[in-house]
Design a protein around this ligand. Structure first.
Ligand code: ADP
Ligand code: ZN
Ligand code: ZN
Length: 719
């Protein structure tokens, strides 16, 4: 006869697609979401209790080593979010949990003890209190008496000991939360009609509802977010703002703090130390911080009184994680809003085709801001044809003249080139041989200042070759331009003008970037040269000329999303121009002046070309009109991945249309051959239903254990 016994199911923090069972500890009820330390293989791992089950009694179960939490580490809605996200992206649950938790919690450290929000005099303190306080204590008591409630963060370290004594003597008491009666400061702007309408609709929202807020650059979207928060904050709620990039957190935190500082505002991003992140995480979980501004991983921060979620610059591909758990923080944010039953706003000047499609199919509500809030005009766009022009480091005479005029007027110029380094290729002038990375199917980028050829895909480095490896010639030349070369050319051409290069090579760390931004904000002539980093969300009041140095880069990519990204990038960069009281203009350098996408871009409008791209996607059966997933495989020998992928294709269920294997955009990377299968279904729900069973079969194929393979659901960047 089979007997059964209780066992505890644990998602172990390891990239393994299964749940493990352990013997329950005696006399303890383990709630789902509690961390445990369990024996695993020859060592130990941290895991999360996900439930209990009945197992056959004759299986010998290992025992849970230690229970790390008395309460679930995450509230139920976030546990559900992680389970949903692991299932949707077909990622191991334990690893999804590991991604969602701050590093120290993932490693098994305890939650920090709750610290009070602030302090006030206890009711027992009267002018005639029996014991006489010392001098320092008196100073502290006076200070607190004057202010009422003093936030813990405002008490200097020097007075900590004094504070502790005063608490022991019952003169001072801790206050757990900021008082909900406190108020933020009023907006310094008078909202315009469109903003007011948007704010009113958001105030009226009850429960889950998703909105797309489409507002041209500088239209005052941030102002709408902040005012939308106000009543929620006043009644004790919390707000979460997700931004695509670390660089955008300081300015947003600053604006939140200026208005709602009394409620507690904090940033959460990867440049913080593990300890700092855990402290902020804990204070959000305790409700002491009421506004969190964070990058992707902030999606999982517990907020017991969450009232609204904002995803700013929602079109940005950085919201999608490109390694490990391939989740989209934007898409999971919508799921979080649904689970927590709160409204969510996706904001952008250039919404993703996904979001536009969701508006058109009625899943999202729509808000729009068509005017710049400051009254500034939208910049004027001009196409600069490059054919037969004499270029100086990639710059046409037209663009150089415009730079000179702008600088002479005392304004700033922003030149956008999405390519780091000096030149994207080095080649032989005699035979045309291109110096390629030995490990990737890509050319090496020349970095002049470091004197190194570097592969931007795997990091491989080498020196400038003395002779051509093919023909022995010693005339090797660079081809094309990167930001480093642009900087050099501009310094020669405008030797007196301050110049800022903004890219990952020129600036290290968040402080360098923030410092540069502060300098740039000063109202004086300057040249800014930069990559993506310059394009996003920043406000540069003195910039009146934007030059897109290499518009065509985005037209030649084999990634079907490249035209959409080109459109978004150009309009975002263009949006940096003329945001204050000065009019702006944008010059687009291109060899294809008649290209229809550039023609419509030149009108400065996003919606018409975006709609045209959406129609193209519909005709081609591509997302967002259908669902797409990629099964990518890598191995040292190409025949092995092709055999594996072909076998995978052959066991696909009829509801999925699978094509391939085809070589990935980069056929070889870091020494690995790469190929992929394209999996398509009419919609995400149908894709979802079939992928699970298929993956189980794929996991059993010969080669499944020795070949690196990953599934990317809703892939964003082909590579
Ligand atoms: P977005 O987030 O759409 O880029 P912001 O909220 O940053 O726009 O606003 C752009 C600029 O316009 C900021 O300098 C902001 O202070 C200003 N602004 C916003 N709303 C108004 C308004 N109603 N009246 C005047 N200026 C405004
Ligand atoms: Zn040669
Ligand atoms: Zn390489």
């Amino acid at each position: 006869m089979h007997t059964e016994t209780n066992c505890i199911q644990v998602a172990v923090m390891a990239p393994l697609r299964r749940i493990f069972s352990y013997a329950p500890p005696p006399d303890t009820i383990l709630q789902p979401g509690v961390r445990v330390r369990v024996p695993f293989g020859r060592g130990q791992r941290i895991g999360i209790v996900i439930g209990s089950a009945r197992c056959p009694a004759d299986i010998e179960l290992k025992t849970i080593e230690r229970i790390l939490d008395t309460q679930p580490i995450l509230p139920i809605a976030l546990q559900q979010l992680i389970h949903f996200g692991a299932a949707y992206y077909h990622h191991p649950l334990g690893d999804a949990w590991a991604t969602a938790l701050p590093a120290l919690l993932r490693q098994g450290r305890p939650l920090p003890k709750p610290t009070p929000w602030g302090y006030r005099l206890s009711a027992s303190v009267t002018p005639t209190s029996p014991r006489r306080p010392g001098k320092r204590q008196q100073a502290l008591l006076n200070h607190i008496a004057k202010i009422g409630i003093v936030p813990a963060s405002d008490i200097p370290a020097l007075l900590r000991h004094t504070l502790r004594q005063a608490i022991q003597r019952d003169w001072i008491e801790a206050v757990a939360h900021s008082a909900t009666t406190q108020q933020g400061l009023p907006s310094s702007h008078h909202l315009n009609t469109e903003q007011e309408n948007a704010v009113a609709q958001l105030h009226a929202a009850r429960g889950f509802r998703a909105w797309l807020l489409e507002g041209v650059t500088g239209s005052g979207k941030t102002e709408v977010y902040l005012e939308a928060f106000r009543p929620h904050l006043e009644s004790g709620g919390q707000a979460l703002i997700l931004v695509p990039e670390i660089g955008l957190t300081p300015q947003l935190v600053e604006r939140c703090q200026a208005r709602f500082g009394t409620y507690g505002v904090a940033a959460l991003h990867s440049a913080q130390s593990d300890g700092e992140r855990l402290r902020i995480w804990a204070s959000a979980a305790e409700g002491r911080v009421r506004i969190i501004v964070g990058t992707r991983s902030a999606l999982f921060i517990p907020l017991p009184r969450l009232a609204m979620i904002i995803v700013d610059e929602e079109h940005d591909p950085s919201f999608k994680q490109q390694s490990g758990w391939h989740y989209s923080a934007r898409d999971l944010a919508i799921q979080r809003a649904r689970l927590e039953n709160v409204p969510i706003v996706l904001g952008s000047a250039t919404p993703s085709l996904e979001s536009l499609y969701n508006v058109q199919s009625g899943r999202f509500h729509y808000l729009t801001l068509r005017q710049r809030a400051t009254g500034a005009a939208m910049p004027e766009m001009t196409i600069v044809p490059l054919q037969r022009q004499n270029l100086l480091g990639g710059l046409s005479p037209t663009l150089l003249t415009a730079c000179r005029e702008t600088l002479e007027a005392g304004h700033q110029v922003l030149l956008f080139l999405n390519r780091r380094g000096y030149a994207p290729a080095v080649l032989c002038h005699d035979c045309g041989h291109v110096m390629a990375c030995p490990r990737c199917s890509a050319s090496m980028t020349w970095h002049h200042r470091q004197g190194r050829l570097r592969c931007h895909h795997c990091g491989h480095e080498s020196r400038w070759p003395r002779t051509c490896p093919t023909c022995g010639s010693n005339t090797l030349i660079t081809a094309g331009q990167g930001t480093e070369q642009l900087e050099e050319v501009l310094r020669q051409h405008f030797p007196q003008t301050p110049l800022w290069r903004i890219d990952r090579d020129a600036l290290h760390g968040r402080d360098a970037f923030a410092a540069a931004i502060t300098e740039i904000r000063q109202d004086r002539a300057a040249l800014l040269v930069g990559t993506q980093m310059l394009a996003k969300g920043h406000h540069f009041p003195a910039v009146t000329l934007v030059g897109i140095v290499n518009t065509d880069q985005g037209l030649f990519s084999a990634d079907f999303r490249a035209p959409e990204r080109l459109l978004q990038t150009v309009l975002q960069v263009a949006g940096r121009a003329g945001r204050a009281d000065k009019a702006g203009r944008v010059l687009l350098q291109t060899h294809l002046p008649d290209h229809p996408l550039l023609q419509s871009l030149a009108l400065g409008d996003y919606r018409a070309p975006a709609q045209a791209l959406l129609e193209e996607r519909r005709a081609a059966g591509l997302p967002p009109v259908s669902a797409l997933a990629l099964l990518r495989a890598e191995a040292h020998q190409r025949p092995r991945i092709e055999k594996f992928l072909s076998a995978a294709r052959d066991c696909a269920p009829p509801g999925l249309s699978v094509s391939g294997p085809i070589p990935s955009l980069m056929e070889r990377r870091a020494g690995f051959e790469r190929a992929e299968l394209w999996i398509q279904a009419p919609n995400r729900a149908q894709m979802q239903k079939q992928l699970g069973t298929w993956l189980a079969a794929v996991g059993k194929l010969p080669g499944a254990k020795s070949i690196r393979w990953t599934l990317d659901v809703d892939p964003l960047l082909l590579s």
